[in-house]
Write a protein that binds this ligand. Structure first.
Ligand SMILES: Nc1ncnc2c1ncn2[C@@H]1O[C@H](COP(=O)(O)OP(=O)(O)OP(=O)(O)O)[C@@H](O)[C@H]1O
Ligand SMILES: [Mg+2]
Length: 363
């Protein structure tokens, strides 16, 4: 999958900007606050129909403007598609080849990206909600079934919690809900468990190649309930815990309490690894994800690497460049492009300055 051409209008600090990328490495270079992350955010929006750093779309509209417009031409083998979006203060419209789509699911994933953002380092700080979002977001990209299961789980969870909050609980209805709760939860938790185990099969290799060091790296799935072998046993567990849930007026355990731990040499990486090691570990995770998506969808995603070089020493910056997967289009933003001096493959460089983009030759 190749992003060929991007256009932004009234988006963040871009009045009107156009940029054409090449298939391999593209470097967006510029000082702080010039619009590098904004540009990746624009592409991410055209991939996932939302921002990766703000929850309100309206924040992406340029100050004092009514709407932001974005459009990208994407090539997938021999097929070209134009994906576009218009963001208004309280709604957005999304189109494929100029035809508006009716549902988000018809748009999300047409441009498949793997993003590294410094915000991802939050994954280490044991914020379970963030970990679940990471897993859900990636799984949903390749599996509509998973997305459906997740939606249905969230729906039943909401309904069950509402019932548990009530003063007079209809126990017959609660029992029906328990069954539905388990039916919806089982595909979610088995999907997450399988995903994490598949990533674990890829991660050590990527980490070793990136760092040249032999550390043990591993993701650990921590279910928000006592793990069981099948849905029938899970239902027994839910029934057994009904009294506790009634007392607490909420579903105390379940997939909504799942967590993910990242281990370095069998310790939680957060309090054990150095800043640089954690960054390399997160990058190895993103590269594993890239391989995983390619294996699942037979398509190479586009890598969006925001500010990847900070906290890495010169050698690690170069190692990262050498480990970029072949044939995968990669966009890197940086304030310091010195590591690229010895990069031997062709790449395209751009200078970003106050919301303008200029191609810089030589590279
Ligand atoms: N809605 C908006 N309208 C206009 N300008 C905005 C808007 N949102 C953010 N900006 C501006 O965008 C700039 C930040 O851009 P961005 O985050 O892309 O910087 P950057 O080049 O990635 O910098 P750094 O190297 O520090 O990460 C800021 O100057 C900010 O004022
Ligand atoms: Mg930035």
């Amino acid at each position: 999958m190749i992003v060929e051409h991007l256009e932004l209008r009234n988006f963040r600090n871009y009045d009107s900007a156009k940029i054409s990328f090449m298939p391999g490495l593209n470097v967006l270079f510029g000082a702080n606050g010039q619009g590098k992350t904004n540009l990746l955010e624009g592409l991410f929006f055209l991939s996932c129909a939302r921002s990766f750093r703000v929850s309100e779309d309206r924040q992406m509209i340029q100050d004092d403007k009514d709407a932001a417009k974005l459009s990208v031409r994407v090539r997938n083998d021999d097929r070209e598609q134009i994906l576009s979006g218009v963001i208004y203060p309280s709604q957005k419209t999304l189109s494929v080849n100029k035809r508006p789509v009716a549902k988000l699911s018809e748009f999300v994933g047409l441009l498949n990206t793997v993003l590294f953002s410094p915000l991802d380092m939050e994954l280490f700080h044991q914020a379970p909600r963030y970990c679940r979002r990471f897993v859900d977001q990636e799984l949903s990209k390749v599996s509509r079934d998973y997305l459906e299961s997740l939606r249905s789980y969230n729906g039943v969870l909401k309904e069950r919690n509402l019932v548990l909050k009530g003063e007079h609980v209809d126990m017959v209805y609660l029992s029906v809900l328990n069954t539905r709760f388990v039916q919806a939860m089982w595909p979610v938790v088995t999907g997450r468990r399988k995903f994490i185990s598949e990533l674990n099969a890829l991660l050590p290799d990527h980490y070793q190649k990136l760092t040249g060091e032999k550390h043990e790296v591993q993701l650990r799935y921590r279910p928000g309930f006592v793990w069981v072998q099948n849905a029938a046993e899970l239902e027994k567990q839910v029934e057994k815990n009904v009294q506790r849930d009634l007392t607490m007026h909420q579903s105390v355990s379940g997939a909504h309490k799942d967590d993910l731990e990242i281990l370095l040499d069998q310790h939680p990486a957060d309090g054990y690894g150095s800043q640089g090691q954690k960054r390399m570990l997160m990058l190895a995770l993103k590269l594993s994800l890239c391989s995983w998506i390619e294996a699942k969808s037979q398509k190479k995603p586009v890598l969006l690497f925001d500010d990847v070089f900070s906290e890495l020493d010169f050698r690690h910056q170069q190692q990262l460049l050498n480990c970029l997967p072949e044939g995968v289009q990669t966009l890197i933003t940086t304030t310091d492009d010195s590591a690229l001096r010895e990069y031997s493959l062709p790449c395209r460089r751009f200078v970003i300055h106050e919301g303008t983009i200029e191609e810089k030759n030589g590279g």
